[in-house]
Design a protein around this ligand. Structure first.
Ligand SMILES: [Zn+2]
Ligand SMILES: [Zn+2]
Length: 309
């Protein structure tokens, strides 16, 4: 029985011929039996692939042979090719869709003009030194922050990363332009870009966390500045640090959209035809069709119609 693994990785580096890299990566993954999703743009690569341990090792070795990817870090986690429906390797204008491909500048060292990278302990040091002046700025979709965020963090009103530029230029956050701002996201990739967009728009002191919430949570669990669960983009949908929900330091931030009970479980709205919303629904309400909707009146109607004979 072979052991399966999942690799998560990204790298910002100039790619002269993204189509050639795409074809090479697709052939490589196919030959190794890997499945998952890889995006390639003129600014770099972003991937999640799963397969046998030996195949993953070979993939890492081969991928690092490309000069721009030589120093790329791979994060290993448990899983396998079976965690993905297929292999998808695509060229895109952006590896994270901020809608700003022309603004992003990269060189061999990564993003040019991004925020200062902080290790988890340096984040705590910054807060210890500068206290209440420090602002945490959530670089994820607002929904993700419903179940967990840094203590006191500002959560911008974004449904997708496409909304960030509009938010940053709205004037809503001008009060923090002279303050130390720590941007953060799940694994760090979104803030590589977001922090540069902020600096370009007059935010003077912008930081980003090395390895994102994942690395911070691994280091401090529920005993640091992080509160609650971390949203994850797979079947689990949430992840807790330390000893999980039974950890004495764990705080449940999420609440059921119907009854306000504490929960960290997202569900897809039952009105799947016209609603793509994922909402927090407690275990009790999730058992009844009548409350398997997101709360929008038309979705509530769809649910009600399914209950009535
Ligand atoms: Zn409920
Ligand atoms: Zn809905």
């Amino acid at each position: 029985m072979s052991i399966g693994k999942i690799l998560l990785y990204y790298c910002f580096t100039p790619i002269e011929d993204p189509a050639a890299v795409m074809l090479w990566q697709r052939t490589l993954c196919e030959s190794l039996g890997l499945k998952g999703r890889i995006l390639i743009s003129p600014h770099g690569i972003n991937g999640t692939v799963g397969g046998d341990m030996a195949a993953c090792k070979r993939y890492v070795r081969a991928t690092r042979e490309y000069p721009g990817f030589k120093k790329m870090e791979f994060k290993w986690s448990d899983g396998s090719a079976a965690d993905f429906p297929r292999l998808s390797v695509k060229v895109r204008e952006e590896i994270v869709a901020f809608g700003a491909p022309g603004e992003l500048k990269v060189d061999e060292n990564g993003v040019v003009g991004g925020g200062v990278h902080l290790k988890p302990e340096e984040v705590n040091q910054l807060v210890a030194d500068r206290g209440g002046e420090v602002v945490f700025f959530d670089g994820r979709n607002a929904m993700e922050a419903e179940i967990g965020k840094f203590k006191g963090a500002v959560v911008p009103d974004v449904r997708t990363t496409h909304d960030f530029i509009r938010e940053l230029e709205s004037g809503k956050y001008d009060w923090m332009k002279d303050k130390p701002v720590v941007s953060y996201c799940t694994g760090g990739i979104r803030c590589e870009i977001l922090s540069a967009l902020m600096l370009n728009r007059g935010f003077k002191e912008v930081y980003q966390i090395d390895g994102g919430i994942v690395r911070y949570g691994e280091k401090y669990g529920n005993d640091g500045l992080w509160e609650g669960s971390m949203y994850v983009f797979d079947k689990r949908m949430h992840h807790e640090f330390g000893q999980g929900v039974t950890d004495p330091g764990f705080i449940q931030l999420g609440h059921c959209v119907h009854c306000q009970a504490a929960t960290n479980t997202f569900h897809n709205c039952i009105n799947e035809d016209t609603c793509r919303q994922q909402v927090l629904i407690c275990d009790e309400c999730a058992q009844h069709v009548a409350t398997q909707h997101c709360g929008r009146p038309d979705c509530a109607e769809v649910a009600a119609a399914l209950v009535a004979p």
